[in-house]
Design a protein around this ligand. Structure first.
Ligand code: SF4
Length: 434
C-alpha cells in the first residue's frame, strides 16, 4: 500500500464504489483518489469541481476501486463490501465529463484482474461529498453551441420530418438521421435543426489503426462506439446538404471528418471537387476538415479547392508516443507536423485536436515537445480533448514513464502563459463570420 501526503485528506470527497449490478455507493470512510498515469494521487482542492450535470457515470466490472484512508494516509483497494449485510464484489466508478471539460485524473482502480477492454470513453475520477458528485477536472471552454442543454430531442423529430420534406432523400441523409437519433451526434442534430456545425462524413477507409478508434475496432477487441459509414456519398448529395446548410444556418460550419468515418484524406478528390462546387454556389460559412493530417500533399489540394479551416488530431507531440497510438500505415509523425505547418502557410485556420491523457500528456518531456511544435508551426487553436480509451490499455501500450504528470490544469496554464496568441479550448471555431 502507498502512503499519500500533502493534502487535507479529511476534506477529500468520499470514494465511490459500485456493486456488480452497477448500483453506486459512497464509502463511509475511504476518500477519493485519482490516477495520474498509473500513480495514485490525492486531488488538490483547486483541481476538484462539482460534476457537470451532463456528465455520465460508469462502473468498471472486475476493477476494484482504490481509496485513501484519511487516518493513516495509506491507499486501500476495496475488493469486497457488505451491502445490507451481504458481501458484494466492488467495482470502480468513473465519470465521463460534459463537453468542454478536461479531466484531471483517471479513476483510481486496480485494473489487473480486468480481462476485457473497456469501450472508448474518457474515464475520469469521481467522488461524493456534500450530497453531490465531485470530479477532478476543469472547464477549458464554454460554447452554447455545444451545450447539451441546447439540444432538446423533442424538437429533433419534427425537424427531421420537415428536413426530409424539403430535401430529396439520399444515403447520406439516412445515415445522418441515424447519427442524430441513435448515436446522439450533436453535429448531425444541427444539420436537421438548421444551425451551427453540421457533419459531412465521406470516408470508409483509414491509413491509421488507432488503439481507441471510435468507428472501427478489430473483432477480438471491444465494440466501437460509432458505426463506420459503409458507403461513399455522392458529390451531388454532399454539395446539396452543404449548400443548404451554409446558406441558411446561423454561424454555419460544415465539417468533413467525423467520428463515424475513416480518414477523409483518403477521399481527397471527392472532397476537393465538392468544395469547389459548394463555393461556386455560396461563399457563406466555414468549410472545415477534421483529419489525421497524414498526407500534406492532399491537404494542399483540398486547401486549394477552398477549405477554410483544418483540425489535425494527435495524442502526442513525441513521435514514439504518437506511433504507439496511431499505428500509422504509409505515413509517419513528421508528415503530420508538416501538414500542420503547411496549413498555416496556406492561410487555413489551423487547429490541433490534442487527445489528452492525465499522467502522460502533462509530463515535462511531452509539454516541451508540444511547445516546440507550437513554436514551429504557429498553430492557431489547441483543442484539449479527453482521449477516449480504456486507461489500462493506453498505459500498457504507450512507451516511457507512466506518470505522474505535473497536472492537466497546470499544463493548460503553462501553454496559455507561454503562447498568448494561441487559443486553447475544446470546440471547432467558425472562421467565416457572415
Ligand atoms: S485516424 Fe480516425 S478513423 Fe483512422 S484509425 Fe484513427 S480514429 Fe479511426
Amino acid at each position: 500500500m502507498m502512503r499519500i501526503d500533502a493534502v487535507k485528506t479529511k476534506n477529500l470527497p468520499f470514494m465511490l464504489y459500485a456493486d456488480t449490478h452497477g448500483r453506486i455507493y459512497e464509502h463511509p470512510h475511504l476518500r477519493m483518489l485519482g490516477l495520474s498515469g498509473s500513480v495514485p494521487q490525492a486531488i488538490a482542492e483547486e483541481d476538484l469541481a462539482p460534476m457537470p450535470a451532463f456528465s455520465k457515470l460508469f462502473y468498471i466490472p472486475d476493477a476494484p476501486p482504490i481509496g485513501l484512508d484519511p487516518d493513516t494516509g495509506k491507499t486501500e483497494i476495496l475488493s469486497e463490501m457488505a451491502i445490507d449485510g451481504v458481501p458484494h464484489r466492488c467495482c470502480a466508478v468513473a465519470a465521463f465529463l460534459e463537453p468542454g471539460w478536461v479531466r484531471g485524473h483517471l479513476p483510481a482502480a486496480d485494473y489487473r484482474a480486468k480481462a476485457y477492454t473497456l469501450p472508448s470513453w474518457a474515464y475520469g475520477a469521481v467522488g461524493f461529498r456534500e450530497d453531490g458528485y465531485w470530479v477532478s477536472g476543469f472547464q477549458i471552454e464554454y460554447n452554447p453551441k455545444w451545450d447539451p442543454r441546447n439540444y432538446d430531442d423533442r424538437k429533433l423529430v419534427s425537424a427531421i420530418r420537415r428536413f426530409r420534406k424539403r430535401n430529396p432523400e439520399g444515403p447520406l441523409v439516412r445515415h445522418l438521421v441515424r447519427c442524430a437519433t441513435e448515436n446522439h451526434c450533436f453535429a448531425a442534430k444541427n444539420l436537421f435543426l438548421g444551425r451551427w456545425e453540421a457533419p459531412l462524413p465521406v470516408s470508409r477507409r483509414c491509413n491509421a489503426a488507432c488503439l481507441g478508434c471510435l468507428s472501427l475496432q478489430p473483432v477480438a477487441s471491444f465494440e466501437a462506439s460509432h458505426e463506420r459509414i459503409s458507403f461513399t456519398p455522392s458529390r451531388e448529395e454532399i454539395v446539396r446538404l452543404a449548400v443548404g446548410h451554409l446558406t441558411h444556418a446561423p454561424e454555419p460550419i460544415v465539417s468533413f471528418g467525423q467520428g463515424c468515418e475513416g480518414e477523409p484524406l483518403t477521399e481527397c478528390r471527392l472532397i476537393s471537387q465538392s468544395i469547389r462546387e459548394i463555393r461556386r454556389e455560396t461563399g457563406r460559412g466555414t468549410i472545415n476538415l477534421n483529419t489525421n493530417g497524414s498526407r500534406p500533399d492532399r491537404v494542399r489540394d483540398i486547401a486549394a479547392a477552398g477549405l477554410d479551416s483544418i483540425r489535425i488530431s494527435m495524442n502526442s507531440a513525441r513521435p514514439e508516443v504518437y506511433h504507439a497510438y496511431y499505428r500509422p500505415r504509409g505515413y509517419a509523425f513528421n508528415d503530420v507536423v508538416e501538414a500542420i505547418a503547411l496549413s498555416r502557410d496556406l492561410g487555413l485556420y489551423t487547429m490541433i485536436n490534442y487527445l489528452v491523457f492525465p499522467g502522460i500528456t502533462d509530463q515535462e518531456p511531452e509539454i516541451e515537445a508540444l511547445k516546440q511544435l507550437i513554436d514551429r508551426t504557429g498553430v492557431n487553436f489547441l483543442h484539449l480533448k479527453n482521449l477516449c480509451i480504456d486507461p489500462a490499455l493506453y498505459l500498457e501500450r504507450i512507451p516511457g514513464p507512466r506518470g505522474p504528470g505535473m497536472g492537466m490544469s497546470r499544463m493548460a496554464e503553462i501553454l496559455r502563459d507561454e503562447f498568448p496568441n494561441l487559443e486553447v479550448g475544446y470546440f471547432n471555431q467558425a472562421v467565416r463570420r457572415d
